[in-house]
Design a protein around this ligand. Sequence first.
Ligand SMILES: *Cc1c(COP(=O)(O)O)cnc(C)c1O
Length: 306
Amino acid sequence: MPLHIATPLIESRPLSSAARCPAWLKLEALQVPGSFKIRGVGAACEEYRRRGARRFVSSSGGNAGLAVAYAGRRLAVPVSVVVPESTSERARELLLLEGAELIVHGESWHEANLLALSMLGQADAFLHPFDDALLWQGHASLIDEVARSALAPDAIVLSVGGGGLLCGVIEGLHRNGLGHVPVIAVETTGAASFNRSLHAGRLVELEKISSIATSLGAKRVCEKALQWSRQHAIRSEVVSDRAALVACERFLADHRLLVEPACGATLALAYDRSPALAGFTRVLFIVCGGATATIDQIRAWTAERA
Ligand SMILES: *Cc1c(COP(=O)(O)O)cnc(C)c1O
């Protein structure tokens, strides 16, 4: 039994109507730890345990850290998560609720990550949030489920942070004979590291992240994401924080599910009837989820951008 669940794949009338094209949703927000991350993290944790790991270490205060904490609890392997002081109270609570050891260190993720790496002993496994082939293999199970369904999408829309989800979805498309299905990769302004690298034709590191979509805040995407762009049709789109926030609010009203702005970015393409969707007849939106969002936070951010 894997640590993730097979999620519902449903048609969305509200998104189809907004986008003026048939829209389908893969509801990763319903994973127990709140996002698709448990697919790859769960598979990687199981593999590292098989190889003898006695502890899992993470430096993510977001959905990746939560997935590691959940996987560790399910596999009865202790978990240590090092997060920076900027980590929200909500994220800290959720990590503690999963029984992880929480170490708060440093001003930014960089310092927290350095401490996490320095803590690694012989029997520890470090779980990277997006750059690990085991992770991509696990994320690919999402497309295995789509391939077993009656839906044959002609485009897939997903959000990109460090590119782990992108690599997993494309691996899943190729291993299911769907290598011809294009992917529309969405980021927010201020976190568009994939967009920058794609246009430069090489990996570009952003100087800083200035988007509220923190789960998309990787300054640099993984090398594999750029490699895939040379072998697979990927279109890159960038939306504003405000568009992502409005999409979160509308999605809550339409489907009764609260997601993070990182996921709202993907949904914004439908709600804003993006030209990138023109001509497609069955578009699959990956509702990647997000466990640390609260409606109060989303509304406060929206009010700041009114
Ligand atoms: C991690 C995450 C992303 C970005 O995924 P990457 O694999 O880093 O590209 C997007 N949305 C949510 C909710 C996430 O947790």
